[in-house]
Design a protein around this ligand. Structure first.
Ligand code: NAP
Length: 280
């Protein structure tokens, strides 16, 4: 894969880079441009979703790239409105048509939507799609331990990855401990807190000054040392490069501790608690 980024091995044997690229809001020609640039500067794991309406842009960037398909890891996600088994199978096929791919490396259920209670059917569709060769590795997003326990009890299959909101204001300590126990890779969405207020944080600014790094590099390095796989999004080639340059320095235990002290019980960006919040 890319020499710039160390690899991790998921519990089903698939290797993935320890840092990926988020594509939310990267669509149309500027989206294709930004995703092509991300692949050019060294990202190999690309995160999209049916609901981002940009699987086509991702596919176009892959076509334009000179990186062989087998070196890329393309991940998409199943929307809440297609959890019923037949709809889920069709959505996976439709995702593939949109991206002009023969297979996804990863496919995740985007949200559990527990009030609807169809996520078990959706999971069965992912299990079958993997068997048919449409997906190499299956995972979840925004699943709480109780939802994952149910998948395991009913189907015997655990997700390889669970992608959750995770940043210094919400460090998901308990969820990460649960993932560790089950050998599930924690993947972090909005790993940079979508920027804003976090850039002015004095703790992060001081640590950044110590290491002569940027605040975003400190946050992404913190993810890496926690064992969380961050997928920062950036539309700019320079910021994409900046976000990759985190493998040549190390945060001390006390610096890790200071960043972990920033977490708050209500630290989520938009209060999207997967026990209640639903997305379709
Ligand atoms: N599973 C889910 O439910 C879920 C939910 C949300 C997101 N996601 C995934 O997670 C990915 C990342 O999350 P996100 O896009 O919400 O937020 P994010 O990656 O935390 O932050 C993106 C923001 O940070 C800015 N940025 C990036 N690098 C920067 C740098 N070095 N310096 C200054 N600003 C920088 C970007 O601006 P520029 O583009 O201008 O650089 C953009 O405004 C998404 O793209 C998506 O793939 C998944």
């Amino acid at each position: 894969m890319s020499k710039l980024i160390p690899e991790k091995t998921l519990h089903d044997g698939l290797t993935v880079p320890s840092l990926g690229f988020g594509t939310y809001q990267l669509d149309g020609p500027p989206g294709v441009h930004a995703i092509t640039s991300a692949i050019d500067v060294g990202y190999r794991l690309i995160d999209t979703a049916y609901n981002y309406e940009n699987e086509g842009a991702v596919g176009k960037a892959i076509q334009q790239s000179s990186v062989p398909r087998h070196e890329l890891r393309i991940a998409s996600k199943l929307p809440g409105r297609y959890h019923e088994y037949k709809k889920a199978v069709t959505a996976i096929q439709e995702s593939l048509y949109r991206s002009r791919l023969d297979y996804f490396d990863l496919y995740l259920i985007h949200w559990p939507n527990p009030k609807q209670d169809h996520y078990l059917e959706a999971w069965q569709a992912l299990v079958d799609a993997k068997r048919w060769g449409l997906i190499r590795s299956i995972g979840t997003s925004n699943f709480l331990p109780e939802h994952i326990d149910r998948l395991e009890q009913e189907t015997g299959e655990l997700p390889t990855i669970n992608q959750v909101e995770l940043h210094p204001f919400f460090n998901q300590e308990q969820q990460r401990a649960y993932h560790h126990e089950k050998n599930i890779q924690t993947e972090a969405w909005s790993p940079l807190y979508r920027i804003g207020a976090i850039m002015d944080n004095k703790t992060l600014q001081n640590i950044a000054a110590q290491h002569e790094k940027s605040v975003t590099q400190i946050i992404l390095r913190w993810h890496y040392q926690l064992g969380s796989l961050p997928i920062p999004k950036s539309s700019s080639a320079n910021r994409q490069r900046e976000n990759l340059a985190i493998f040549n320095f190390e945060l001390s235990d006390s610096e890790m501790g200071l960043i972990n002290e920033m977490t708050k019980p209500d630290g989520r960006i938009n209060d999207q608690d997967p026990a209640i919040y639903e997305e379709f």
